[in-house]
Design a protein around this ligand. Structure first.
Ligand SMILES: C[S@@+](CC[C@H](N)C(=O)[O-])C[C@H]1O[C@@H](n2cnc3c(N)ncnc32)[C@H](O)[C@@H]1O
Length: 222
């Protein structure tokens, strides 16, 4: 658990089909203080090898949803399915209790029965207009993550003019979460860097101006 904020949020990417949606999801995740983006199944995210974005968002990979579920339960997280279901609570009622991992549905089919099974509760976003049955998944994610940040009392980022101040790229990716003085933290940091490298999330040698580097394009835009 993050000592400063008390509660943490996670985004689980399991069945999101469109790559550009994963990139946009990652951008919103950094904006709304998400601790980790958890990729389940697919790990071919070389197109997301942006040095800059990886420094501000931690990625973790699991082969199966049950492995991800186990990890999140070990961290004492609730799993919140974001879906328009009968038993879902309106997200603006802030039905959160503790650190929470958010699971979003596929663009075409929504949350699957298997995904619903691991959810502790569901939230939906009330809609008021008559023209669409649902939102784009990344728009839905932004709204939900923002509400969680409000509920959890995350500190608002400092602004400078018309922008929020972007942090200096951390020298070491896990520095924020671990005391760098201890042997444990150094071991954890090395492990994390090794994992990130082997998972292919971040190509540290990549300069980031490759046209295939979607995240960098997204984070670097004005
Ligand atoms: C485009 S929607 C899926 C629509 C799909 N055709 C269906 O009917 O289930 C993609 C995902 O965005 C999220 N979403 C979109 N609008 C939402 C809303 N109003 N409340 C909660 N989740 C929403 C859900 O996670 C949903 O599975």
């Amino acid at each position: 658990m993050d000592d400063e904020r008390g509660f943490e949020s996670y985004v689980v990417v399991h069945n999101i089909a469109k790559r550009h949606n994963v990139g946009t999801l990652a951008r919103s995740a950094t904006a709304f203080g998400v601790s980790e983006l958890i990729l389940v199944g697919r790990r071919d995210f070389n197109a997301f090898g942006s040095h800059g974005s990886s420094s501000h968002l931690r990625f973790r990979h699991f082969h199966s949803l049950s492995d991800a579920h186990l990890f999140l339960k070990e961290r004492d997280c609730d799993i919140c399915g974001v879906e328009i279901t009968d038993n879902a609570a309106a997200v603006n009622q802030h039905p959160f209790k503790k650190s929470t991992a958010f699971l979003f549905g596929n663009e075409g089919t929504g949350l699957s029965a298997k995904e619903c099974e691991i959810c502790d509760f569901f939230v939906y976003i009330p809609q008021y207009g008559c023209g669409t049955a649902s939102l784009n998944v990344t728009v839905a994610a932004s709204i939900v993550l923002h509400h969680f940040g409000v509920w959890a009392g995350f500190s608002e980022r400092t602004r400078d003019g018309n922008k929020f101040v972007v942090a200096e790229r951390p020298v070491k990716q896990v520095k924020r979460n671990f005391c760098t003085e201890s042997a444990d933290s150094i071991a954890e940091e090395r492990k994390s860097r090794r994992e990130n490298a082997t998972n292919g999330f971040f190509d540290e040698s990549e300069e980031g101006d490759s046209p295939s580097n979607l995240l960098n394009a997204m984070f670097g835009d004005k």
